[in-house]
Design a protein around this ligand. Sequence first.
Ligand SMILES: Cc1cc2nc3c(=O)[nH]c(=O)nc-3n(C[C@H](O)[C@H](O)[C@H](O)COP(=O)(O)OP(=O)(O)OC[C@H]3O[C@@H](n4cnc5c(N)ncnc54)[C@H](O)[C@@H]3O)c2cc1C
Length: 245
Amino acid sequence: MVHGQGGFKFQNWARTYGSSPELFFQPTSVEEIKEILDLARQRSKRVKVVGGGHSPSDIACTDDFMVQMGKMNKILKVDEEKKQVMVEAGILLSDLNVELSKYGLALPNLGAVSEVAAAGVIGTGTHNTGIKHGILPTQVVALTLLTASGEILECSESINVEIFQAARLHLGCLGVVLTITFQCVPEFYLLETTFPSTLQEVLDNLDSHLRRSEYFRFLWFPHSENVSVIYQDHTNKVRPRPLQP
Ligand SMILES: Cc1cc2nc3c(=O)[nH]c(=O)nc-3n(C[C@H](O)[C@H](O)[C@H](O)COP(=O)(O)OP(=O)(O)OC[C@H]3O[C@@H](n4cnc5c(N)ncnc54)[C@H](O)[C@@H]3O)c2cc1C
């Protein structure tokens, strides 16, 4: 029987939003999540799932039932030939990145932080930069969704296609994402080059900057003209990794 904790206070990472869920769950299996949904249905409660809790909004907040997916964080399958990885939806990207490296694989693009969950980053359309790169949901080739009625839907570009397209950027509204399969690329290294410029120069030459660097971004210092331009590009000049303590 699944156990829900009362009196739990949820706060997002920046502590700008929070809520007091009536019951807080950390399931370890799909069966437990189904039990939570059954209980919610019996008591007419809404269920909200939370990943890393990093969203700078109230998108993961609820006063009803909160389901934290941190214990469902396994790597289920690595297909080295297709360069695809199937994971449980609660895995943190910080853990996934380390595991992928063991297979010489990597996600093609990442947001700024890694203490975020696989289902959380796709659910809000997390992005990084680079004109050639899509948002993180574009790296998803398949996922499994548990709907409110307890049905499990396999979704991909060939199965449940319309649901797949919506569920890749689910906003926490379509059910519980159980598993995700990501398309990876061979592991790579980036060389970062940073130089100062002005906001005017960057805006005037935006197309050129975007063409010149695969992962181009710039940081503007408010109330000034100053800008820091950052180029990151693939490199073979690899420094040896620091020894692990
Ligand atoms: C310091 C910082 C830096 C950031 N940098 C970037 C950046 O560079 N680029 C960018 O685009 N964004 C950035 N973000 C935003 C962040 O990437 C997103 O908010 C992302 O969704 C956080 O992932 P999470 O696992 O914490 O999601 P959560 O906040 O936990 O959840 C996000 C949404 O997904 C739902 N959800 C989570 N897991 C499941 C599941 N298994 N099933 C169904 N629904 C689920 C939640 O209900 C919620 O609706 C940053 C945020 C912070 C705090």
